[in-house]
Design a protein around this ligand. Structure first.
Ligand code: C2E
Ligand code: CA
Ligand code: CA
Ligand code: CA
Length: 285
């Protein structure tokens, strides 16, 4: 037993080492990718339930690693842990605002772009300046730029993130609360953060399609309709994310949700496809 215990320890050490070095090599590959500009943004439309008109686009980053495309779930966590999220985030902000400027001048001046910000971007670094600098550099209206944060941003020390978000709002930017309902804090944070938009997490929307009469389906219809009422009473625009089916679409529309995002309308698309397939056809005012 002792001998095999020793072998197990060695096995785990070996395993750990392999994991540590895989992580280190991923980190240096990501660092190089950021420097080389091997990142791309895809854009997913946000449309009004009422008339299907396009209102905005969420920018979602992908890592173009040679022939294959790496999804953000595979590298955002690592970027956050290593601090690479700061240069990565800066690139995302500048590219998304630059794209918005192009679309505004060529197609739709009412279009908005939504940019995801990690809590880590608010630490020891002024993400506020990055956003304002991009807006000034590309000459867009601040009101067309929306920043998506999760409630975890509020655990930021000394409320620095809250202050930056309030400053950005005062400058005219919109702030959206992402993944609403999935965090661990109570609703009291809704009193300390001024928002423009609330995004209902896709896990709730997915359950709307549960077997009729099942607990999952009943639970999520109750939860989602309460979220919509709460958001609207607070004066926020409410977005449902992860809308995939016509049943989900119809139910959310009837329940008073304003904006729809999900595969029902479109997957996130490369800029050129978003432009040809969406922007020129469905733009609203
Ligand atoms: P998120 O902000 O909650 O983004 C929504 C995710 O849901 C996206 O995954 C999108 O492709 C996916 N999605 C959209 N519609 C549907 C649908 O109808 N059904 C299903 N099942 N999924 C749908 P994606 O692009 O893989 O991004 C994953 C996460 O990575 C994002 O979740 C966000 O937290 C993070 N992320 C993406 N881009 C950035 C970025 O530029 N900066 C930061 N900090 N995080 C980012
Ligand atoms: Ca988001
Ligand atoms: Ca989300
Ligand atoms: Ca998410």
């Amino acid at each position: 037993a002792k001998a095999s215990g020793g072998n197990e320890v060695r096995f785990f050490e070996g395993e750990m080492q392999a994991r540590v070095s895989a992580r280190a090599s991923m980190e240096s590959r990501l660092r190089i990718a950021i420097e080389n500009g091997d990142l791309v943004l895809h854009y997913q439309p946000q449309c009004r339930f009422a008339d299907g008109k396009l209102v905005g686009a969420e920018a979602l980053v992908r890592w173009q690693d040679g022939a294959h495309m790496i999804r953000p779930d595979q590298f955002i966590g690592l970027a956050e842990e290593t601090g690479l999220i700061v240069p990565l985030g800066r690139w995302v902000i500048d590219s998304a605002v630059e794209q918005l400027a192009r679309w505004q001048s060529s197609c739709v001046d009412t279009l908005r772009v939504s940019i995801n910000l990690s809590p880590r971007q608010f630490l020891r670094h002024s993400v506020e300046m990055d956003v304002l600098a991009a807006i000034a550099r590309h000459g867009v209206l601040a009101s067309r730029v929306e920043l998506e944060v999760t409630e975890s941003v509020l655990f930021n020390p000394e409320g620095a993130a809250l202050r930056m978000l309030n400053n950005l709002r005062e400058a005219g930017c919109r702030v959206a609360l992402d993944d609403f309902g999935t965090g661990y804090s109570s609703l009291s944070y809704l009193q300390s953060l001024d928002l423009d938009c609330l995004k209902i997490d896709k896990s709730f929307v997915a359950n709307l399609a549960g077997p009729a009469g099942s607990h999952g389906a009943r639970g999520s219809t109750a939860i989602v309709s309460a979220m919509i009422v709460l958001g609207r009473r607070l004066g926020y625009e409410v977005v449902a994310e992860g809308v995939e089916t016509v049943e989900q679409f119809n139910w959310l529309k009837a329940t008073g949700c304003e904006l729809c995002q999900g595969y029902f309308f479109s997957r996130p698309l490369p800029a050129a496809e978003f432009e040809s397939g969406f922007l020129t056809l469905r733009a609203g005012s």
